[in-house]
Design a binder for this molecule. Sequence first.
Ligand code: ADP
Ligand code: ASP
Ligand code: MG
Length: 411
Amino acid sequence: MPVLVMKFGGTSVANLDRIRRAAKRVGVEVAKGYDVIVIVSAMSGKTNELVGWVDEISPLYDAREYDAVVSSGENVTAGLMALTLQEMDIPARSWQGWQVPVMTTDTHAAARIEDIPPANIMAKFGEGMRVAVVAGFQGIGQDGRITTLGRGGSDTTAVAFAAAFDAERCDIYTDVDGVYTTDPRITAKARKLDKIAFEEMLELASLGAKVLQTRSVELAMRYKVKLRVLSSFEEQSDEAGTLVCDEEEIMESNVVSGVAYSRDEAKMTLLSVADRPGIASTIFGCLSEAGVNVDMIVQNISEEGRTDMTFSLPIDQVKRAEAALTEIKGKALNYAELITDPGVSKVSVVGIGMRSQSGVAAKMFKVLSDEGINIKVITTSEIKISVLIDRKYMELAVQALHDAFELEKAA
Ligand code: ADP
Ligand code: ASP
Ligand code: MG
């Protein structure tokens, strides 16, 4: 029988009523003749609570134990979903990541899926099981311990299963009815897109649009998974939601197709480091070893052989970065001072149309300047421009850019 993957995010399984509603959706697909793999997230708020407990006990936690704790939310929803389906007389069984097994790297808290052998679940489908409910976000590392895939990782579990089982489609059920031109919570003018190109979705996701985890889009692109985002709160047709697809399948699109933001960023500056070969390598090598994901980087013009190095990072990695850079101060690296600005956000405009049209950056900077918003760091790629600004202007910047690029109107 054809296989369908259906993923339900945290708000879609937030309580027993919602689990029942999601199970009904699954029942509709089972009735159509699909064998279904359901990927569940933890109930909304649960993972945050678990992460909070870990942080409180151990700010520079051992990532293996972090994974042991934060993976647990998904175990609960997987079992509850299987029970709900059984109550509906649908043969269902829950699976934790290690049982499948979802084999991952050992990079705890940010593991990558390496392989999902389908044999165990396929054997159960062969015996009459109609739904395999799999705990998202988790797997088993080569070290034999439970791993997690990074926040939002259930999306990646879902796409990886769709690829491994050659599923007809991977449906991501969430609390919005598709991918929008920007987060609909920031502006009511955000417009739902019927289709979005993989590459644009990849940029939007990696720049903060949390509707899909970046890695899930990468996998869908690589393995040609038919990926759809839709609401778990509305009755759905087969055309509902947003299809993430190849560029060629999209007839018309705006130069800028979306605005993304990442609210909780921090900026760190190392004052007065030597301006000589090897310094950047020392700084960023040390941060990488500490598990810090550096994003934007700027190096000032040097004066008398000394320079300042500024970079941005997610705010929850500041403690780690400070500890690592303090550790090497006066040893591998000399610097005068480390300054942290925890109050910044990143706002980005994305569009494949930028490849062929110039002037987008100039327009973006003009819009921000008209709003009196100071730009602290800029980075660009072929299809995106990102700026770091004070967090208090983040919403304003997103709204102003959405207006200026007329994203409420279709091309
Ligand atoms: P889930 O718990 O289902 O995984 P998430 O909270 O991870 O859901 O992702 C859905 C949320 O992503 C939406 O509620 C919305 O606020 C946010 N979001 C950010 N950018 C976008 C966008 N461009 N389109 C749709 N939703 C977006
Ligand atoms: N529960 C995990 C998180 O909140 C994974 C997910 O929901 O995708 O990040
Ligand atoms: Mg999510």
